[in-house]
Design a binder for this molecule. Structure first.
Ligand code: EPZ
Length: 416
């Protein structure tokens, strides 16, 4: 099993281009199933989750190939509508292939996504919505057997679920009639998915707001599309640089979409300037704690995916910060590793109280999940001494070659 070896204590300095968004690339790759012609995706991140999605596409008969950061998907020949458990479990978010496969062929068999990394991963809202749109769905021994070409419906989501919103959109764009999603997720990745689908000929309005209206079309075409920058990867490298006391110019960043994170980060005392697609950050001598409670909320609230990485940076801040995790049931699994490095963090249910310490010490830890693993890298880069981080397969799911990015910024990090 590979691990990262990190020696901390250096101020990170330099310029870094933000990778393409994992959480945009995955639904857009699923959406390519709906097109009758080839799709070319620019700025596609090279991630294990993206390669898992390509294996699912190739399993169905589509042809998916990569060159550098470009994915070419030829979805003309879909011959297989059942996705095996082994492929479904490679990536927790593989459930978004359900709506696309149903929309393309009128049938699909998938698996219930595993839980545990961040807590249970229920899909009750996905299934209820697709059933309301006419899908016949049976669950048998962990497999979900669906059939039926969809029809328009009015769907009100109990919670603005990103995945459920995506699955409804993917089923609705070729369904008969009009679908209205109320209380839809407003995440920027939803807008990117809809931007791709509109380029393929779909009729979608209102994305980015709470009510999305989709008019089904008989046929969608291929297109070339550039995937948006990854706002969470950008937030990760900003938090990493801030914690190290350094300075960074992030290029190819998406400023408005990163704003909910930036508005909290600037409360730590960092100087942050933005200009077109660039974010410039200079960190002070020592970060200040964030006075107001940091509540994770659906977009445009503070993103749950940035909770762990900001916590790592605030673990060495001057003062006490309080987090409230409102999206996932167990998204504090990284805390034990940070405490092992000397952080002072108390977790009580949804609340985590982070008392900043003067410094951390290197330790041997194991990544628990994608963003928790990134938090451990940030802590190790600020710690005295050397740390090892195991289970880095979690980190490779969402960050392109993180060790290269860190070394570009002057950090001491290698993969072994
Ligand atoms: C997406 O996950 C992202 N993943 C997550 O990013 C992100 O944290 C999450 O949205 C919230 O922004 C991808 O886009 C691939 P949800 P998703 O459906 O769609 C509950 C990362 O680190 N829920 O909005 O699974 C659910 O249990 C990943 O990049 C139901 O109860 O998130 C959770 O508590 C992690 N029933 C909450 O809603 C359902 O039917 C939010 O889930 C669906 C969801």
């Amino acid at each position: 099993m590979q691990k990262f070896i990190i020696t901390g204590g250096r101020k990170l300095r330099g310029q870094l281009a933000v990778q393409g968004s994992k959480n945009s690339a995955l639904p857009i790759m699923a959406a390519s199933l709906l097109c009758g012609e080839e799709c070319v995706l620019w700025n596609c991140p090279r991630l294990t989750d993206v390669y898992a999605a390509s294996r699912i596409l190739n399993h169905t008969g589509c042809k998916c190939s990569f060159s550098e950061n470009t994915a070419v998907i030829d979805p003309k020949d879909v011959t297989e509508t059942s996705i095996p458990e082994s492929l479904m479990h490679e990536m927790r978010s593989s459930i978004i292939f359900m709506g696309a496969m149903l929309g393309r062929t009128g049938e699909c068999t998938v698996s219930i996504p595993g839980g545990c990394e961040l807590g249970p991963r229920p899909i009750d809202m996905h299934l209820a919505a697709l059933r309301k749109m006419g899908a016949d769905i049976r669950e048998e021994h962990g497999r979900i057997i669906c059939c039926g070409k969809g029809h328009g419906a009015k769907i009100s989501l109990a919670f603005p679920s990103v995945g459920a919103t995506e699955n409804i959109i993917l089923y609705a764009v070729t369904a008969d009639g009009e679908t209205v999603i109320n209380n839809a997720a407003r995440e920027p990745e939803i807008c990117d998915l809809c931007g791709f689908l509109r380029k393929c000929g779909a009729d979608i309005k209102g994305d980015g707001g709470s009510s999305i209206v989709i008019k089904g079309k008989k046929q969608l075409y291929g297109c070339e599309y550039s995937i948006m920058p990854d706002r969470i990867a950008g937030a990760t490298y900003l938090a990493m640089t801030a914690a190290s006391g350094g300075e960074i110019i992030l290029t190819n960043a998406c400023i408005p979409e990163t704003e909910p994170f930036l508005s909290v980060l600037e409360q730590t005392g960092c100087s942050i300037y933005t200009n077109r697609d660039k974010i410039y950050l200079r960190s002070g001598a020592r970060l200040n704690a964030v006075k107001e409670r940091i509540r994770t909320m659906p977009h445009p609230g503070f993103p749950t995916d940035a909770q762990a990485v900001l916590m790592a940076a605030l673990s060495v801040a001057d003062g006490t910060s309080v987090f409230e995790e409102n999206i996932f049931d167990c998204r504090y699994r990284h805390v034990d590793a940070l405490v092992k490095m000397g952080a002072d963090i108390q977790v009580m249910g949804k609340i985590a109280v982070v008392k900043g310490v003067k410094g951390l010490c290197g330790a041997d830890v194991n990544a628990t999940d994608l963003r928790g693993g990134a938090a451990m890298v940030i802590a190790a880069l600020t710690a005295d001494g050397t740390s090892t981080i195991g289970n880095i397969c979690h980190i490779d799911r969402g960050y392109e070659k993180m060790e290269d990015a860190v070394r570009l910024l002057g950090g001491d990090m290698r993969r072994s």
